[in-house]
Design a protein around this ligand. Structure first.
Ligand code: SF4
Length: 484
């Protein structure tokens, strides 16, 4: 996709600089719109006023990504899937992390309830981000409209989360869509046999639809037909068969769709892709042994690595084990980090707990993972202290020292600028073991006693016991000797 300039976007905005979007000018909005900070809908005058209808259409045509973005769900938990402009992350960045959706049957209330609560509440905090599941895929195992509608209502009573309603029976999907009216679910799936009915149900109830076929021509034709009928929220599933010989075909179909949309600008192929990892359970009996269940979950995890690694837009998983979900989420976090930006936090002085004038001073770099690892390890020790982050351009300690992004003079300058001299009455600073080579020069430049800490912040506890606790007076004597 050719990069669009803000100069082409600005004339397609109202041009009144009204500020309703939060920006002072339409030009500023245009810049952030192209950077995915805003959506077109954030310019309310453009959306509401009829006189801008032509501009709105032109703007949509100009900037809509090759993989169209679609929203699922409403409120705080609503998600966007798609919106990607490149095939590989290093070509720009990916914008909408793969949604991880947990499957649940409609005919087992206890399991449904347990899974809805799990999606609502389960989360893990990791390097500055709260990792969660995005929604629930309710499978119409009963094939009964009333049972399905009841399951949808029960889920929504537990949590206002994005839903994928799964059946190929139009009567069942209609009941589910009506039960979820106003909640913007996805209907899964439209096939060559039912697509007209499903598209009609979707339009009547304002839902999105997933088209399914393992025949790519048929799949594209289905999506195009539904778009022609007026549907805007469409996703596609080209089929994921994990059995011998079929996985490679599944991956080929996935990549052919992606390449057609992004490399060949084939608008008929440019829809978000859904990968159903739960197909790992096809052919497995409900009474499988624990060993067999773990083996199947492991297989599901491998499928997740394969497809999330290729930035599929949504996966549906059957396994609710934390070890598997956490692995997929950590991978997702890596795939969707922006390669243009070194992951860094503000280089400044941070307080740990309630530090005072006798508290230890730790120094490290402002690489995000370093900061959170050190902070978490220190907080786990319930340690009150000062943590000074030196600007390493978002690079970890070892690489920054080797590459020259962190030199003794940078650390000395950071100590001076932080105002630490007014916050502590000692002159001792603890640097990471991986920056040991800076210690001598740093002592001379900063005129602080430098203690070389452990190479791994996980070892700070024993280090503090042997090198710090009860030793501040001795350390200050050593600092005094440096002056003589
Ligand atoms: S809301 Fe729209 S018209 Fe108003 S400043 Fe923002 S972009 Fe311009």
């Amino acid at each position: 996709m050719v990069k669009v300039s803000p100069l082409r976007v600005t004339p397609l905005l109202p041009g009144t600089n009204c500020g309703e979007c939060g920006e002072e000018t339409c030009m500023a909005f245009a810049v952030k719109l192209l950077d995915h900070v805003y959506e077109i809908a954030d310019c309310k005058p453009l959306m509401k006023e009829k006189k801008y209808a032509k501009k709105l259409k032109k703007l949509k045509d100009l900037i809509t990504a090759p993989i169209r973005p679609i929203k699922v769900g409403v409120g705080d938990r609503a998600i966007t899937i798609g919106g990607e402009e490149v095939l590989y992350r290093h070509e720009l960045t990916f914008y909408s992390p793969s949604a991880i959706i947990l499957a649940a049957p409609d005919n087992n209330e206890a399991v449904l309830e347990e899974r809805a609560k799990f999606v609502k509440d389960w989360n893990v905090y990791r390097i500055g981000e709260t990792l969660t599941l995005q929604g629930l895929a309710i499978r119409a195992v009963s094939n009964d409209p009333a049972t399905f509608a009841k399951a949808v209502k029960k889920t929504l009573a537990i949590a206002n989360i994005p839903l994928v309603l799964c059946s190929t029976n139009p009567a069942v999907l209609k009941a589910g869509a009506q039960a979820a009216k106003g909640k913007n679910p996805l209907l899964y799936a439209a096939t060559k046999d039912n697509w007209q009915q499903i598209a009609q149900i979707a339009m009547q109830n304002d839902c999105g639809v997933v088209a399914f076929s393992t025949d790519l021509n048929e799949l594209v034709s289905l999506a195009t037909s539904m778009a022609g009928a007026g549907l805007e929220k469409i996703a596609v599933d080209p089929g994921l068969m994990p059995t011998d010989g079929h996985l490679a075909d599944s991956l080929d179909r996935f990549m052919m769709l992606r390449k057609a949309a992004i490399r060949k600008d084939n608008k008929s192929a440019g829809w978000p892709i859904i990968s159903v990892l739960a197909t790992a359970y096809i052919g497995k009996s409900s009474g499988m042994s624990e060993a067999e269940r773990i083996e199947t979950a492991f297989c599901e995890g491998e499928l997740g690595i394969t497809f999330i690694g290729r930035s599929t837009n949504m996966v549906i998983v059957q396994t609710a084990d934390s070890w598997l979900l956490l692995g997929l989420m950590v991978l997702r976090q890596a795939v969707y980090s922006d390669p243009r930006v070194h992951p860094s936090v503000d280089a400044k002085l941070y307080e740990l707990g309630t530090p005072d004038e006798n508290s230890p001073v730790f120094v490290t770099t402002n690489y995000t993972m370093t900061y959170f690892a050190v902070k978490d390890d220190l907080e786990a020790l319930k340690l009150n202290g000062w943590l000074l982050l030196v600007d390493s351009e978002g690079i970890c300690v070892e690489s920054a020292v080797a590459g020259g992004q962190i030199k003794a003079e940078h650390v000395a300058e950071a100590i001076k600028e932080s105002g630490l001299e007014n916050k502590v009455k000692h002159k001792v600073v603890i640097i990471p073991g991986l920056a040991a080579r800076l210690s001598g020069e740093l002592e001379g430049l900063a005129n602080w006693k430098v203690l070389v800490g452990p190479r791994d912040s996980g070892d700070i506890g024993p280090f503090m016991e042997t090198k710090w606790d009860g030793k501040l007076e001795q350390l200050m004597k050593e600092w005094q000797e440096m002056q003589d």
